[in-house]
Design a binder for this molecule. Structure first.
Ligand code: BV8
Length: 252
């Protein structure tokens, strides 16, 4: 049985506003590799090679191919018990915001009503020149022909709709994330190493404004010293148990 406090259960059972920051760890049990774990994506690829504009312009086919591979992994994956627990939690708190660093679309597929995507979404692509949306089938066809995928309108290079290192996060998403953090009674940090900014700042900001902050992660992270409570375990076990405990507390 995952080990979390009665305080956390009480705070969640009484909370008006809850914000949950998620990272790649919540999707690990869906079979999607994380970035920095031993068998993670960064082990196989050098992030500087792939997740920045210079690398993309230097070798668009390689970067487009990497994202196509990751998109296929995501399309074959399903939301897991952790994603589903966050959806179930919505029935127990008046306002729940899922603020995700993930680009895998799994929170949308788990049908949470408020999903704030800080780093974009890998299922979408756009032209870097005219910025029109470009269907994945165009990207896939070009890659199969061994060509960089280009915009059917202006011939510009097509890129995934994700935020690369050195790029600004979408302002609207950042504003929504800051607002959800500012008003949170309880803030959960789930499945993130909390090393990538500005997302990693959110648990600190939540603590500073008076939220009760807990993290769910098998390992220590960049915010373990900041949170009120660190629950060591996989999200797929901890989150369902937490929702069950909140349900029991509210039914008591
Ligand atoms: C920007 C691309 C500014 C999409 C990614 C201070 C302030 C501002 C910026 C910076 C700053 N310091 C440094 C920076 C620059 C940089 C940064 O933060 N660098 C870090 C490495 C030091 N930040 C940026 O460049 C950001 N842009 O701030 O722009 C700016 C200002 C003006 C003008 C222009 C620009 C952009 C950041 C986004 C970068 N994009 N990816 C993609 O390809 O996916 S980052 C990448 O890391 C992913 O997006 C991912 O979401 C993110 C965070 O990783 P995690 O999700 O935490 O995953 P990780 O593998 O690290 O950890 C997984 C965790 O899960 C582990 O702890 C593990 O124990 C746990 N786990 C495993 N299994 C489970 C589990 N937990 C629960 N259950 C399990 N079963």
């Amino acid at each position: 049985m995952p080990d979390f406090s009665d305080t956390l259960v009480d705070r969640l059972a009484q909370a008006e506003h809850v914000a949950v920051l998620t990272g790649a760890g919540i999707s690990a049990e869906s079979g999607i590799p994380t970035f920095r774990d031993p068998d993670g994506l960064w082990d196989e690829f050098d992030p500087q090679e792939l997740a920045n504009v210079e690398a993309f312009l230097d070798n668009p086919e390689l970067v487009q191919g990497w994202y196509r591979h990751r998109r296929q992994v995501v399309e074959d994956a399903e939301p897991n018990a952790g994603h589903r627990a966050l959806r179930a939690l919505e029935a127990h708190v008046p306002s729940l915001a899922v603020v995700t660093q993930n680009v895998d679309d799994l929170h949308n597929r788990a049908e949470n009503s408020t999903v704030i995507e800080l780093h974009g979404n890998i299922t979408d692509n756009y032209c870097r020149d005219c910025e029109r949306t470009v269907g994945a089938e165009i990207v896939d066809a070009a890659i199969q022909d061994g060509e960089p995928a280009r915009c059917p309108d202006c011939d510009g290079l097509v890129r995934p709709d994700v935020v690369w290192f050195g790029e600004m996060l979408p302002p609207a998403a950042m504003e929504q994330a800051d607002a959800a953090t500012e008003r949170a009674d309880v803030f959960l940090s789930v499945g993130t190493s909390a090393v990538v900014y500005p997302a990693a700042r959110l648990p600190v900001a939540a603590r500073e404004q008076g939220a009760y902050v807990a993290e769910v992660n098998p390992d220590a992270t960049g915010v373990t010293d900041t949170v009120h409570e660190s629950i060591q375990g996989p999200a797929g076990d901890v989150l369902p148990a937490l929702v069950d405990a909140v349900t029991a507390r509210q039914d008591a």
